[in-house]
Every structure is written in structure tokens, then in C-alpha cells.
Design a protein around this ligand. Structure first.
Ligand code: ATP
Ligand code: MG
Length: 193
């Protein structure tokens, strides 16, 4: 499951857990993006912070792990490269790529489209506020899965922190503490001078 994870929240975790159960997956690998090519540098927290929050959030689940492939590759992240790298380190594995309904809508705009579908089976999950359909995608390339509706986004979590409102129960406790410890998402005016 790829994502910016800025921060990781319970929408991501529930989707991963639900798909792991439905598809009997051995492992869900969370892959925080390097610099996302659709977002500009200023909008995205440092990769190490996003990586560590993802580690904190997934540490208690023996079937969840975190990969640094996109962060360590450097440069903009393309999911086709993510899958190629994961394929290299797991040549025997059957790969699935979990993606929310909003990202699935965008998928045709992703780079190296044929490589994408060669390397993994895509699993589109429901997300409140978005229509889940795979009509625009190649036959058989994508499965659609309904997951418990979590109306949570990282954008809303960041806004909440900036406004001094709570993110408790939207993100795991350890992530609340990490955000506070590293003073992430504060408005520039909140920075100590
Ligand atoms: P942002 O608001 O910064 O875009 P986000 O909440 O969309 O953050 P991402 O890191 O962009 O989180 O998403 C990673 C993946 O998780 C995407 O495929 C996205 O569709 C999916 N996803 C995110 N939130 C949910 C949710 N609440 N329910 C289901 N899928 C989700
Ligand atoms: Mg998003």
C-alpha cells in the first residue's frame, strides 16, 4: 500500500487490515512515497518523519511492515518503480497494490501504466466521498473491496493540528505523540523564534 502517509491514519490501517483478511495476504507492506510527483516539496513533511510515523503506526501488527524503497530511490515516486523494486526483493511473491477510490480514479494518469498492471493486481477500496469504480481500467486488473467507512484524511489531520484541534482516535496514539514531539503541521507562526 503506497501513500504519502503525512500522517498515516486509521483510514489507511483499516483498509490494509480489511484487504489482508479478504485476500488472505501474508503481509501488507506500507510504502511511504519519496517526493510525491503530484505534490510540491513545501506541502509534504520530511520523508523520515513520514517513514517513522508509519513504523510507529504499524509496529504492533506482525503482518504489517514498512518499506523504504521509494524514500531511498530518491526523486519523484512513480508506483511503477515501487512495484519493480518490490518485485526484485520478492521475486516469488504475488503482489497486490491497495489503493483508495480517489487514487483509483487518477490511476490512468499514472506513469508507465502497462508495467503497473503487469507487476501487481490492484485492489481498490471504498473511501467516503469518492465513487469506487474500475470501468476505466483494464478488465481483470482491479478488484474492488468495500471497507469500513472512515471519513479521515491526512489533509484534515494536518489542518486540525495547525488549528490546535485534536487528532486523537483519527491516528494511532503513537502518531499523535510523534506529531507533537516533532512539532509537525504547526502553522509557521507557532514556530519557536
Ligand atoms: P492527503 O489528504 O494528504 O492526500 P490521504 O488521507 O489521502 O492524504 P494518502 O497518503 O494520500 O492519504 O493515501 C494513501 C492511500 O490510502 C491512497 O490510496 C488513498 O486513496 C488511501 N486512503 C487514504 N485515506 C483513506 C480512507 N479514509 N479510506 C480508504 N482509503 C484511504
Ligand atoms: Mg491522498
Amino acid at each position: 500500500m503506497g501513500g504519502t502517509f503525512d500522517p498515516i491514519h486509521h483510514g489507511h490501517l483499516v483498509a490494509a487490515s480489511e484487504v489482508a483478511d479478504r485476500f488472505d495476504l501474508d503481509e501488507v507492506v506500507f510504502v511511504p512515497t519519496g517526493q510525491p510527483w503530484q505534490k510540491t516539496a513545501a506541502e509534504v513533511s520530511p520523508a523520515e518523519d513520514r517513514y517513522l510515523m508509519t513504523v510507529v503506526a504499524t509496529a504492533s501488527n506482525p503482518r504489517f511492515s514498512v518499506s523504504r524503497v521509494d524514500i531511498d530511490r530518491g526523486g519523484p515516486t512513480y508506483t511503477a518503480d515501487t512495484l519493480t523494486d518490490l518485485r526484485k526483493t520478492n521475486p516469488e511473491a504475488q503482489l497486490f497494490f491497495i489503493t483508495g477510490a480517489d487514487a483509483l480514479e487518477q490511476i490512468l494518469s499514472w506513469r508507465k501504466l502497462d508495467e503497473l498492471f503487469e507487476n501487481a493486481h490492484f485492489i481498490g477500496v471504498t473511501r467516503p466521498g469518492y465513487e469506487l469504480d474500475a470501468e476505466h481500467l483494464p478488465d481483470g486488473a482491479v478488484s474492488l473491496v468495500e471497507v469500513p467507512a472512515m471519513a479521515i484524511s491526512s489533509t484534515d489531520c494536518r489542518r486540525r493540528v495547525a488549528e490546535g484541534r485534536p487528532v486523537w482516535y483519527l491516528v494511532p496514539d503513537g502518531v499523535v505523540q510523534y506529531i507533537s514531539k516533532r512539532s509537525l503541521y504547526r502553522k509557521p507562526t507557532d514556530e519557536p523564534t
